[in-house]
Design a protein. Structure first.
Length: 447
């Protein structure tokens, strides 16, 4: 306890870190306040049917990601998910279209252009999803709409689009001026906001008739803790490649110089594959909102579809594909090999240059495979938890997207805080000199 208090004091002493944390908390507070502001033309007292229909299936999962805004008909009902969808489309274009590939290679100016195009894409995606949300509201809670349908449709599309753009701006400000990845933090805050309600619902279900009582609940919590620890190990696990750096004396290379390691993470892409895959899996639920009278389309949003084989198989495959895709975006073996060669370094037993790049790419592909498979298994675990009798709301935390996002984002945020502390020569957040390894990865130790 004393060590924790000392750490808080050290954080407060660092002015830049203190300001970043306060700004992050203030922007998160604004986001949470906005999630309770109801759309113009909607009577909040008439949303009971919307709340009940939005707590199951894919819509329930979406509602959790936006912190309950979806079922409250909030101005932030769509949250940040349209921005995620637009980002996926833009990153796929950078792989398939030469024009975008050239833009990506232009450095900062190219990245700024891609970011701007992503924002325009977010507006388009949000407007389309807003129309689907209007149709869904009319079918589920039409009695709560107190203005004319045309005016409500027009105002809702405008307000929801502006709300998503504002959420995107909040996320970017947190990333630039605050602590952590802003977009991921907003999703995490929404998930945490739903956790107490899910916990209480599961506790009530276990004490109801035939629920199993306290013993079953304790067993569930113990298994959940084990899954959390395994997920943390996955996020932090690294494979180190030894690199020998030769010294130069009088222009000649002398062997036996310093030796260091390149840390390659088992899950180098962090939480983004899960967010991207889940964003694509939300598409059927949004399409279904345009067809409220279709029994087949509405079955897509039900809990039965969420636990179906094809949904979970598709989700599992998407997680694996996006893990490889995002790893390829953030790690360039050719660049790593060139940097080693330019700094007079080499991997023992491997020729510098192209052979080194191929060696790193092979190692990266091999360690990414088990990492992506484990990531995919954890992602689909809520379906098995739900089939095992765990309450639908609590099952979403029993592995799955929510757990992976919580673990990865929290580790990444704590790692950034620890970096600020260590830079100012304060103790880190962990005892014994241990380092928190977030999404940014670990620093290779030299011997």
């Amino acid at each position: 306890m004393k060590s924790f208090i000392n750490t808080l004091k050290n954080i407060y002493k660092i002015e830049d870190l203190r300001q970043r944390i306060f700004l992050t908390l203030a922007l998160i507070l604004i986001y949470r306040i906005g999630s309770f502001i109801v759309l113009p033309g909607v009577d909040p007292d008439g949303l009971s049917e919307l709340a009940s229909s939005g707590n199951s299936g894919l819509l329930g999962l979406l509602n959790m990601f936006v912190g309950g805004s979806f079922t409250r008909a909030s101005v932030f009902a769509l949250g940040i998910m349209p921005y995620i969808s637009a980002s996926i489309a833009m990153q796929l274009l950078t792989l398939a279209v030469p024009y975008f590939q050239k833009m990506q290679k232009e450095g900062d100016s190219g990245r700024r252009k891609i970011t701007q195009l992503t924002r325009y894409g977010t507006i388009v995606v949000t407007a389309v999803q807003a129309l689907g949300y209007v149709t869904f509201l009319n079918s589920i809670a039409g009695g709560a709409i107190v203005i004319s349908p045309v005016l409500f449709t027009l105002s809702t599309v405008i307000v929801l689009t502006a709300g998503t753009i504002f959420c995107m701006w909040l996320g970017e400000k947190i990333t630039d001026k605050g602590i952590g990845n802003g977009i991921s933090l907003l999703i995490t805050v929404g998930i945490i906001a739903r956790l107490p309600f899910s916990f209480i619902a599961e506790l009530n279900a276990k004490f109801a008739g035939g629920g199993g009582g306290l013993v079953f609940f304790v067993v569930e919590i113990a298994i959940l803790i084990a899954i959390i620890m395994a997920t943390i190990m996955l996020v932090q696990a690294v494979r180190k490649i030894p690199v020998q750096y030769a010294r130069r004396i009088s222009g000649n290379r002398q062997m036996g110089g310093s030796r260091q390691y390149i840390p390659l993470k088992l899950n180098a892409s962090g939480v983004m594959p899960i967010i991207f895959a889940q964003a694509l899996m939300f598409i059927p639920s949004f399409v279904a909102q345009f067809f409220p009278e279709s029994a087949f389309m509405q079955s897509i949003t039900s809990g039965a579809f969420y636990t179906s084989f094809w949904y979970n198989f598709s989700f599992f495959i998407l997680v694996i594909l996006f893990t490889y895709f995002y790893t390829a975006l953030i790690i360039n073996p050719t660049q790593m090999a060139n940097d080693m060669k330019n700094n007079n370094g080499f991997i023992p037993g491997v020729k510098p240059g192209r052979k080194t790049a191929e060696f790193i790419d092979t190692i990266l592909s091999r360690i990414t495979l088990p990492g992506s498979i484990f990531l995919g298994i954890v992602a689909i675990m809520p379906a098995f938890a739900n089939l095992a009798g765990i309450n639908r709301q609590f099952a979403d935390f029993y592995g799955g997207t929510s757990l992976l996002i919580l673990v990865a984002v929290m580790l990444d945020t704590l790692q950034q805080i620890e970096s600020h502390l260590l830079m100012r020569h304060y103790d880190g957040l962990m005892k014994g000199g241990s380092r928190i390894k977030g999404r940014a990865g670990a620093v290779g130790a030299s011997v």
